[in-house]
Design a protein around this ligand. Structure first.
Ligand code: UD1
Length: 417
């Protein structure tokens, strides 16, 4: 199994290009199920989760053409097998995003329940409640959701909590439903907007995606489209946090600065100097960062997917930070691994109190989930000596060539087997 070996202590210098957003690419790939025409995507990050999604769609009968340079062509002439098996759903929860499109296109779907995952319970009750309001009947049998509907009907759906994939699933179901759907308490994440823009390019009628209330006018059929996936704001934030922790000066190109304003504010609070243009961000950090407190919440507030990286940053900061996690109940496993590197962290319910130390020390650590791995990589960059991160398959799920990109910025980092 691959591991990452990092020798800490070097500042980061140079320029890297941000990849396309994993969390936008995955739902957008599922949108291919909604039409018999081809969907041509560019800026798709070549990651394990994208490969898993391509495999899942291929199993359903979608023709998948992968080209170099982040281009994928998907064509669902016919959906022969509207099913997502446990084997794939358990490796990638986002597989549940096929449920809405399958119901809309085929009138039936059989999708494994995702079950728990390392960071918490993560139920899908809001997805189901919304689809039922649109006229679907859903039975849970042998760990699978069996959903049926002759044609979905538009409905007013008030979600009990803000869910990103829930909003996306319902939006994809609604675009082919009969009549108008209004999604209330919708997620406002930029990836929801990116999906909506792709659907609109396919002929869908969607208003005000990116606000709390999304209105969708169902249409009979959708066309194909060519669409470029938005830049990955979490990858962007991860490189910025790495530079803030390790010091130095880096420039990120192909980025979308307006999608990560909360992260940029917190980095400035940590002492970083940041400049932005339309599609680039520069960060410069000299001296020790200030440990900054964060509280995760749905967009536009501070992203839970940036929490582990900021915990690593605070671990070497001056002062004490309180890191409060409000989205997932069990997303502090990286804290224990950071302690192995010498971090001073105590957990009180959903808050981690991080007292910054002058220097971390390299050690062997274990990645527990995708973003936790990124937090450990940042800690490794600033730790004295060598850090060996095990189980980096988590990292490979969501970061394209992380070690190559960090290496290009001067970090001493290699993949070892
Ligand atoms: C998405 C992102 C993930 C990110 C998360 C929160 C993708 C592929 N993944 O995950 O990277 O960390 O948003 O920003 O886009 N919940 C329910 N019932 C539901 C649905 C959700 O109780 O039906 C709860 C979850 O357990 C969690 C909270 O709502 O506590 C938010 O989860 P949600 O926004 O749905 O996360 P995902 O869409 O799975």
């Amino acid at each position: 199994m691959d591991k990452l070996l990092i020798t800490g202590g070097r500042p980061l210098e140079g320029e890297v290009r941000v990849s396309g957003a994993k969390n936008a690419a995955l739902p957008i790939m599922c949108a291919a199920l909604l039409t018999a025409r081809p969907l041509q995507l560019t800026n798709v990050p070549m990651l394990m989760d994208v490969r898993t999604m391509a495999k899942l769609l291929a199993q359903m009968g979608v023709e998948v053409g992968e080209h170099s340079g982040g281009r994928i062509e998907l064509r669902a002439r016919a959906v022969t097998n509207p099913e997502a098996s446990y084997e794939l759903v358990k490796t990638m929860r986002a597989s549940v995003l096929v449920l809405g499109p399958l119901l809309a296109r085929c009138g039936q779907a059989r999708v494994s329940l995702p079950g728990g995952c390392a960071i918490g319970a993560r139920p899908v009750d809001q997805h189901l409640k919304g689809l039922q309001a649109m006229g679907a009947t859903i039975a849970i049998e042998h760990g699978y959701m069996h959903a049926h509907a002759s044609r979905l009907r538009g409905a007013r759906i008030a979600m009990d909590l803000v869910t990103v994939t829930g909003t996306e699933n319902l939006m994809m179901a609604a675009v082919l439903a009969e009549g108008t759907t209004v999604l209330e308490n919708a997620a406002r994440e930029p990836e929801v907007v990116d999906l909506a823009q792709c659907l609109v390019a396919m002929g869908a009628r969607i208003e005000s995606a990116g606000s709390e209330v999304i209105r969708i006018e169902g249409v009979r059929t959708l066309e194909g489209a060519a669409y470029g996936v938005m830049p990955d704001r979490i990858e962007t934030g991860t490189f910025l946090a790495a530079a803030a922790a390790a010091g130095g000066r880096i420039r990120l190109t192909g980025a979308a600065p307006t999608a990560l304003l909360a992260t940029l504010d917190k980095l400035r609070e940590a002492g970083a100097r940041i400049k932005t243009g339309d599609s680039w961000i520069e960060i410069e950090m000299s001296g020790r960062p200030v440990a900054v407190s964060v509280r995760t919440a749905p967009y536009p507030d501070f992203a839970t997917d940036m929490q582990a990286q900021f915990m690593a940053l605070a671990a070497v900061g001056s002062g004490t930070a309180q890191i409060t996690e409000t989205i997932f109940e069990n997303r502090f496993m990286h804290a224990l691994e950071l302690q192995r590197l010498g971090a001073d962290i105590s957990i009180h319910g959903n808050t981690a109190v991080v007292k910054g130390v002058e220097r971390l020390q390299g050690a062997k650590v274990m990645a527990t989930d995708l973003r936790a791995s990124a937090g450990l990589a940042i800690a490794g960059l600033v730790a004295k000596g060598q850090t060996l991160i095990d189980r980096i398959y988590h990292l490979d799920r969501g970061y394209e060539a992380l070690e190559k990109k960090l290496g290009a910025l001067g970090a001493r980092i290699e993949r070892v087997n």
